[in-house]
Design a protein around this ligand. Structure first.
Ligand code: DC
Length: 224
């Protein structure tokens, strides 16, 4: 890949729509790395702690200066590292998701994340998933997708995922948390969640993971 412009495929969409699973499988099919940008916001929220979104911008900027995100490996085995270490499993909890969504409205945090993500995309071919990949971070991406699904179906998927991991899952609480995050992510003034004008929108409500993968792969390979 040394002299070639890296291939960038963007996947954006709301919480619980299946972006991470699709990004991992798509990266495996394409033989490139995947970048879970939600995990970057979650890791920052987890490390900086509750209420960090209320800290002065300058202090947040200073704290983020100590963060160094890197990628190791490629395909489904890609690992996102923070200062050389794997991200803790605890970042996946609903509460950290809520904190991440609150931290993600802060201008200095968005500026840092955008810079770190562009740097990774300049050096590595990527399937990049998040909220603003196709609109703000990688407007030049070769292929852009926006996944959507009915909020209740997204809450059910998230519940099934937690149950499969042997964790407690309260459908009503998850549906409410998803509703709040959707609201926060869609209505913020910087980089709100929305499809890029040139993104292919895929409603996954009635599709299986494999059907979504097939539709996206067909488009990337130029079959649709
Ligand atoms: O994808 P996720 O649920 O892990 O993301 C957690 C939060 O991080 C999400 O609610 C909003 C924020 N986020 C963001 O603002 N921009 C991104 N590109 C990815 C995530």
């Amino acid at each position: 890949m040394a002299n070639k412009t890296p291939l960038i495929v963007t996947l954006d969409g709301p919480a619980g729509v299946g972006k991470s699973t699709l990004a991992r499988r798509l990266a495996g099919e394409l033989g490139v790395a995947f970048l879970d940008t939600g995990a970057m916001f979650r890791a920052a929220a987890f490390t900086l702690g509750e209420g960090s979104w209320d800290l002065p911008q300058g202090l947040l900027q200073q704290k983020l200066g100590d963060f160094d995100f890197t990628l190791r490996g490629s395909g489904a085995d890609t690992e996102l590292l923070l200062n050389g270490h794997a991200l803790p499993a605890a970042i996946r909890g609903e509460e950290t998701g809520r904190w991440a969504s609150l931290l993600a409205v802060v201008p200095s945090v968005r500026a840092y994340m955008k810079m770190a993500q562009i740097y990774l995309g300049n050096t590595t071919s990527l399937v990049a998933e998040g909220r603003d990949m196709g609109t703000v971070v990688f407007p030049q991406a070769t292929h852009k997708f926006f996944l959507d699904a009915d909020p209740e179906e997204r809450a059910r998927r998230r519940c099934r995922q937690l149950e499969a991991q042997g964790k407690p899952a309260d459908l009503k609480a998850i549906a409410e948390s998803i509703r709040q995050r959707d609201d926060q992510d869609r209505n913020r003034s910087i980089a709100p969640l929305k499809p890029a004008p040139d993104a292919m929108v895929v409603d996954t409500t009635f599709l299986t993971e494999s059907e979504v993968l097939e539709a996206v792969l067909d488009r990337v390979r130029g079959l649709r």
